[in-house]
Design a protein around this ligand. Sequence first.
Ligand SMILES: Cc1cc2nc3c(=O)[nH]c(=O)nc-3n(C[C@H](O)[C@H](O)[C@H](O)COP(=O)(O)OP(=O)(O)OC[C@H]3O[C@@H](n4cnc5c(N)ncnc54)[C@H](O)[C@@H]3O)c2cc1C
Length: 422
Amino acid sequence: MESTGILIAGGGAAGIMAALAASNRCRDIIIAEKMSQPGKKILATGNGKCNYTNYHQSEECYRGNNSKFAWDAIQKFGCKETVELFKSYGIVPYERDGYVYPLSGQALSVRDILERQLNNTTADIHTDEKVIKAQVHLNKKTGKQDGFIIETDKSRYYARKLIIATGGKAGPVHGSDGSGYKIAKSFGHSLVHPLPALTSCILDEKYLKEWAGARTKGTVRAYSGTGKLLYKDRGELQFVASGISGIPIFQVSRYISSELYKGGKPYLIIDIMPAYSIEEIIKELKRRRADPANSSAGDIFEGIINNRLAQALLKKCGIPVKSRASGITDSDIVKIARTIKEWHLIPRATGGFDKAQVTCGGVKTSEINAGTMESKLCKGLYFAGEIIDIDGICGGYNLQWAWTSGYTAGSSAGNSFRKQAY
Ligand SMILES: Cc1cc2nc3c(=O)[nH]c(=O)nc-3n(C[C@H](O)[C@H](O)[C@H](O)COP(=O)(O)OP(=O)(O)OC[C@H]3O[C@@H](n4cnc5c(N)ncnc54)[C@H](O)[C@@H]3O)c2cc1C
């Protein structure tokens, strides 16, 4: 059985950062990573460009049962500290509307630089090695806990400290399969049920074939079945064959996942012409109806609404696309304008974990110390990253949470070695 100071389960963003932070204080660190390479998910972030943080930070950017938990940690090691640390590693920031990327425009460079920094420490990365279970180790003489026994699919380890950074369940193709939850539960931890977030909404509407491929700037409001506004956002809406997607939909999806999980009947209201009032739209549609150049119903939307979306709009309103423009009644126009401004959609589901960018839910923050990421239930056990019940909005906040919690867990675990003169 190999002995080590700190064993980190999971070599994703949080695990790598934990190892880097701990390596200043502790020489014996092992990362057990189940995939063939560390940080595989980092490569997929920001469409391959890695949006690794955001200059606009507030508590509202972080969600979970207690967003203050994340915010307290971010006050100590947040965006500024991350950018400075990354700069010291050679990752030069490039900023667009607050979103921060590496100047290289390549996620690969972030992952590779972090890996090289890690290789420059005494930490060992064991790839293709999955942590299966872990338990506390009791000192034979004192009968007190003095570490952990960790079993992987290849070996057995004794570690003084254990950091669980196995991610959530989102993007399993990159390694995160939810196996860390079982390990956390074996130490008595409880979970806020993990659900997909930052994903699309699946709809059953009869006009999906018509709108598939359309995109437009718009707003979305998500409501619970009882009519409570859950969240609203604006940006590019993307209309797809399975439902609706795009960043504003991603932002509301965690609330839809959670309402559906609770058995509720949440709904969305989208506005596809947010810059215009309903009166302005009615007036414009009437003017277009009267224009003899517009012969079919579909013609009157040309130049203002994407033609695929216009077909879906007409189908929803029960008007054949090929019917004569002059045959559209005043009440049809009011109905169309109302739909443009307040298009009701009922999600049947959200895109699954394989499509989601992040998991909402995870290990309860009430059972973790925000200042150290140490478990309140088991001394020497730490959590970092997406496994914790914190999820960020789109825009670099999830990686920021991984850096923040990884740094906090790694430096706290490492600090305790210095105190104990390990
Ligand atoms: C397509 C996509 C795009 C994204 N884009 C962005 C973005 O631009 N900006 C942003 O902020 N966030 C983005 N995210 C979210 C962000 O990538 C994650 O929130 C972040 O990577 C979480 O870091 P983590 O280390 O906690 O978990 P992960 O990155 O999931 O890492 C966990 C690691 O643990 C390993 N592991 C799991 N179980 C075990 C086990 N039992 N034993 C050993 N190893 C194990 C996994 O293989 C994995 O390498 C994106 C996510 C996806 C899927």
